[in-house]
Write a protein of this length. Sequence first.
Length: 664
Amino acid sequence: MTLVHHARSPADVLKYVAGRQRVVIEAVTPEVDHGRFPIKRVAGESVTVEADIFADGHDHIAANLLYRWQDVDDWIAVPMRALLNDRWTGEFTCSSLGQYHYTIEAWPDPIETWRADLLKRIDAAQDISIDLLIGAGLIEAAARLANGETADRLWRWASLLRAESDEERRKASALREDLSNLARLYPDRRSITRYERELTVVVDRERARFSAWYELFPRSCAVEAGKHGTLRDCESRLPYIASMGFNVVYLPPIHPIGRIFRKGRNNADVADPSDVGSPWAIGASEGGHMAIHPALGTLQDFRRLCTKASDLGMEIALDLAFQTAPDHPYVAEHPEWFRARPDGTIQYAENPPKKYQDIYPFDFSSDHWAELWTELERIVQFWIDAGVRIFRVDNPHTKPFSFWEWLIAKVKSRHPEIIFLAEAFTRPKIMYRLAKLGFTQSYTYFAWRNTREELIDYFTELSEAGDFFRANLWPNTPDILTSFLQKGGRGAFKLRFLLAATLGASYGIYGPAFELLEHQPREPGSEEYLNSEKYELKDWDLGSSESLKDFIARINSIRRENPALHWDRTRRFQRTDNPNIICFSKTDADLTNPIVVVVNLDPVHKHWGFVDLDLMSLGIDQIRPYQAIDLLHDETYFWQGPRNYVELDPATKPGHILKLRNGA
């Protein structure tokens, strides 16, 4: 078979490609899914943009990074600079919350091409009279696009190149860098190639990047054992939490709890009359998602709690669980929002073989989905009006992606300071999709990554997704008591906290279970707590001598005082010769605060070995001695060169948080 190719005429080609646009712009970073989703930054952070930019032939080219804030139409142009191999870079700073847009434009640069060729001819002692006239013509073209004093300066320069009889003076004038840079500001717009997409960056407040969460159940905050706690009791717990250095206090649902099919202790299918039920079984005769459990208090009490937390430098985060108990008012008022089974009953939540008879999921496939979406958005706005600025979202992966994209965009268009944390322990691609479509932070698999290789591989993967995925590391939750914590003793809790608080700029713990070393599972092989607080009131001995509260407070203080630990973008793993020891570093932007963390991953046995540091990346002299100041144990080591010895005993010293400083 013979294939016949029909050539297009130049006129046909020009319907698709502008003939003057000779520059190619490709491989732009950062860019998420070809610009379908935004990248993330916080206010004050810069966005460094790179791209491959090149053209045919030998002409020099120029490029601008363009950016604008969401409410501004005009672009701000930042000249890009060339790196190696046709790679270009530029950056801008995000100073306001909301959204910025950015793109790239590039064009052949005849002024710079002319000037470079002129220098070569001068060095070769060639005649440059014609070249000076060519330059005059280029400068005149730029002058026609300029105005005012700038245009006058360019016209005078072009005239000098044409009329001056003294060739040395003409030559010196032609080589004036200030005037050539001025002329380059006025390129022929017809030759400019604009990148095919406008990209977006969502700018959050600083707590979106750097936060320390503490989860507690208000109903277990009562002073008297066995009594149902109140929001006022929870208020009295705030100084204890603040003393450990946390800045986010996360409350599970505080709404009325359903009575129909209420779960008993340890998730028993049948509850006793005294059982308090699961807070995630939301709704009863007292109200639903916009009501507070009567035993906890009132909306006024909740507002007061938010104010008291703020006075202590903390925020209240509220659980957002879009599901209901069987006796939630929605079930009677809007049965169309739920899925009916063939026998006429409503489908309860299941994750076979697990059954959650006390929870009804919403049917997002209902013909009445639009009304459901509107009502759920009304719930969020209600709690924003009550003072909430942070939401932990329960199981977002069980609701449509399109719903979350719509809801988060709508909320943040009015309240760009709102933070949404996705509690989605599911498949990686789903977790990433939720992050892309708007969730500010995300839970991770950190709890189950224990070996050096597992941690390095996983956090390397997270770093690759760092433009859109902000990790929040939790060593435990009310649903997760890992085998490592069950069996590793006190050393396991200390090393996992040390890792969470330093590997991640954001992390959280479920307390007081964590600092009090709660480690008994419901049964062998289970990650559920025995006598779980999800189903009963707990009386915690906060003054226990076994508590890790001082250890936690010390590390949170170190986090606050060292800007390097406020970021994940600079996290780098360093080499160790013992697989039981992990070492990683973080730095601030200008390398004034290099931090190196070394942790013994064995919760029981002492380990020792050598770490090999990339000193250049840490801003440390590779020849002279330097200080390694252990901020965790108030010790100073004098090291020299990249390879140094460490010895870590989990009983006394589970790890180092080292601040490096040049000079002995």
